[in-house]
Design a protein around this ligand. Structure first.
Ligand SMILES: Cc1cc2nc3c(=O)[nH]c(=O)nc-3n(C[C@H](O)[C@H](O)[C@H](O)COP(=O)(O)O)c2cc1C
Length: 369
């Protein structure tokens, strides 16, 4: 698969996940296999204003190449400036734009998955982004639409192709579906038919490498984007490499190997955050994902999720049964789930799909989804 000038093999992308796909996690995943490994979502306004926290978030480890940054923005001018800054200051090799975020505080202000409904505004954003990027490829990540009555993905895909976007990724759910139900892989096939001229990446419900092969076979998509399936499971990228290389080999680490990976992950977070206590606290959310399916007593689990230092974590991990084999039936859903009863939108948002007014305050307090 080619994303602009970047050759990507296997045709796999680590989905941007706010609070998860920071440099430590990306490095662990990238060690396992090839692909693109996208950073957490970055707000364009915060980037152009050189917010110190945002600048820290766009730092990559030396081993990370190519470097992919995901941007979130609603104002064509600000998005253009942010992308130009990335290109001119050599902050990344690829820019992905987020039009899939379903979080109410984002859609309520017209951002994320609400934005592609405004076709002309989307076009203006993409035009500015592609112009600012110079030779860097720009990609789009989106959902099917707001809900089943307001689907946007086919129009958005065509607009993206017309504006020189290098690839489009479809999370095959509507905003209303949030993370619930089953991703509609047939929509990925329809998008591929609608924009045969650029790579289409399919996203949603890949829980194993074989799911990825199935998605490609069923939809004709050029590549896959893997999100929740790799939570607590960087090894999935080795499986994906094997699967696309035609090998049936799959990684099935025993609990000791999982514990070693957990410790490396936590240590890398401590180094990255430069603050042991908050890094170890941040690691808590990963514990359940790493241990999914293993027989681990409630007491050790509690110890691991309440540890306040690396030593505390090491102590808990040392009490795990290192020889316990990888549990069966772990290729099942993990992470966020559930539907929403409604999508919050700005007043009158659906009245005029061609309106180009830039939503106000859509970039405040935003953090992925
Ligand atoms: C914790 C979490 C954070 C996420 N943050 C982002 C984000 O910042 N940008 C984005 O485009 N998608 C984000 N997503 C959506 C994923 O990139 C992906 O599209 C979604 O999880 C569906 O893929 P999956 O079924 O493989 O998980 C997030 C998902 C999760 C679970």
């Amino acid at each position: 698969m080619k994303i602009g000038p970047i050759g990507v093999w296997p045709p796999v992308v680590l989905a941007p996940m706010a609070g998860i796909t920071n440099a430590p996690f990306r490095v662990l995943c990238r060690e396992q296999g090839g692909g693109l490994f996208v950073c957490e979502m970055i707000t364009t306004r915060a980037l152009v204003e050189r917010n110190p926290k945002t600048l820290r978030m766009v730092r990559f480890a030396p081993s990370e190449t190519p470097r992919s940054i995901q941007l979130y923005g609603v104002d064509p001018d600000v998005v253009g400036r942010a992308v130009r800054m990335i290109a001119e200051e050599d902050l990344a090799d690829h820019v992905d734009l987020n039009f899939g975020c379903p979080v109410p505080k984002v859609t309520r202000r017209g951002g994320g998955s609400a934005l592609p409904y405004k076709r002309n505004l989307l076009r203006r954003i993409l035009r500015e982004a592609v112009a600012g990027a110079g030779s860097l490829p720009v990609t789009v990540k989106m959902r099917k639409g707001i809900d089943d009555d307001h689907l946007t993905y086919l129009d958005a895909g065509r607009i993206a192709a017309e504006e020189g976007v290098a690839a489009v990724a479809l999370h095959a759910r509507t905003a209303r579906q949030h993370y619930g139900g089953v991703a509609d892989w047939d929509a990925i096939a329809r998008l591929k038919e609608a924009v045969p001229e650029i790579p289409v990446l399919g996203n949603g419900d890949i829980w194993s490498a074989d799911d990825a092969l199935r998605m490609v076979a069923r939809t004709g998509c050029d590549g896959v984007v893997v999100g929740r399936g790799c939570l607590g499971r960087p090894w999935l990228f080795r499986d994906l490499q094997n699967a696309f290389d035609g090998s049936a080999e799959r990684v099935r680490p025993a609990l000791g190997e999982v514990a070693a990976m957990m410790l490396r992950h936590a240590e890398a977070l401590v180094e990255c955050f430069d603050a042991e206590r908050s890094a170890v606290a941040d690691f808590r959310k990963h514990v359940g994902w790493y241990l999914k399916g293993f027989a681990v007593g409630a007491e050790v689990r509690r110890e691991l999720t309440s540890a306040e230092s690396l030593d505390g974590l090491r102590e808990g991990l040392s009490r795990l049964d290192a020889g316990q084999p990888w549990p069966p039936n772990t290729d099942t859903p993990r992470g966020k789930s559930g539907e929403r009863s409604k999508v919050h939108l700005p007043d009158g948002w659906l009245d005029d799909p061609w309106d180009t007014a830039v939503p106000e305050a859509a970039e405040s307090d935003v953090s992925g989804g």
